[in-house]
Ligand binder design. Structure first.
Ligand code: SME
Length: 153
């Protein structure tokens, strides 16, 4: 079982006095990627509002290369953003519209991050093991997301 409280402490120590989200997210991606067993991708997508339409853009991550842009409501990440809700997906093949960045991924969890009451990013973690993520992972990652929201101003 992943020690999420330890990861939160490490994240807070590494954040120092900085509230710049990119380096903090980069370190969180690394902390999660090396602390969690049986995962193949951990990272962030950032909400980008532009004249064309709002989308998620690839942010700091660890793992294989991933798709750069995800429209609102598309895939697991775009659904977490649109619904403002954690997506715990035991079988990605059963999730309508799942975006397969790495074909080995079998299960996934996506947690929305908020700033000023709005979703400004999502944390995405993929696993090659079906049903890898449990309720305790969801609880731990939501706690981590809340701590991250408190650091990023
Ligand atoms: N599977 C995600 C896309 C991002 S990759 O997993 C890194 C989705 O369906 O939104």
């Amino acid at each position: 079982m992943t020690d999420y409280d330890l990861i939160i402490k490490q994240m807070e120590a590494l954040a120092d006095d900085s509230s710049d989200h990119i380096p903090i997210m980069a370190n969180v991606s690394s902390l999660l990627f090396y602390a969690m067993e049986d995962i193949n991708w951990a990272g962030f997508y950032l909400v980008k509002e532009d004249a064309k339409n709002d989308a998620l853009i690839l942010g700091p991550f660890q793992g294989k290369v991933a798709c750069v842009r995800i429209e609102k409501g598309k895939g697991v990440c775009g659904t977490a953003w649109a619904e403002n809700r954690v997506q715990l997906v035991p079988d990605v093949h059963a999730f309508p519209g799942h975006i397969a960045c790495d074909s080995v991924s079998r299960s996934e969890i996506v947690v929305p991050l908020h700033r000023g009451g709005e979703v400004f990013a999502v944390l995405d973690i993929d696993s090659p093991i079906p049903a890898r993520f449990k309720e305790e992972d969801k609880d731990g990652l939501v706690k981590l997301a809340e701590a991250l929201e408190g650091i990023i101003k």
